[in-house]
Design a protein around this ligand. Sequence first.
Ligand code: AMP
Length: 214
Amino acid sequence: MNIIILGVPGSGKGTQSKILEKKFSLKQLSTGEMLRNEVTSGSALGNRVRKRIHSGRLVSDEIIINIISKRLDEKKMSKGVIFDGFPRTVPQAEALTDLLVEKSLFIDYVFELIVDDDSIIERVIGRYSCKECGIGYHEKFEKPKLEGTCDKCGNHDFVRRNDDTEDTVRDRLKQYHHQTAPIIAYYSDAGLLTRVNGMTGINEVTDKFNEIIQ
Ligand code: AMP
């Protein structure tokens, strides 16, 4: 089973991808996470895309399609993939269709998480994660049970994304509405799209996904 989750930054794509990944033994493919890892490792690709990622601008379609094409060939992807943060432009969506046809694969579901822009600013600028295990928190909505200590691994170091500032989030929202929203029609015309209210709680969104999948 292959799933695409669309939605503005902070709409809960990553959170839901991780839940679906476990439940259905799929593999989450987050292009944002892959690119951040490249930046952290200081690879040639990381150095090429660093500025764009920190300023919240999209990386070129060519780079992204190349990364996805390589990752889809990995054996661990054979059970199915959740695309998180990809595709983000019409050329990426078209390239994904071509890649899947080439590999005799197809998309089963496309979910779009609907969250209003005002809530997004508050959600994104307050989020942070454990430096060790990566579990996510929010300074208002989801604090660790014991302040300063990760619930999952007990670590005391937390990190925030460089691109989670108010100005950058506003730019990323604009980009979503200009560059990514057109792919909604692409998947809707293909009869694959379901829009899901992302303003409810994490469990309610997961229940909705499960209901549609089952
Ligand atoms: P995300 O973690 O999905 O919010 O992505 C973080 C950043 O990585 C974005 O703001 C872009 O700079 C870059 N990025 C991630 N996915 C894509 C994509 N599919 N196309 C272009 N740029 C991307």
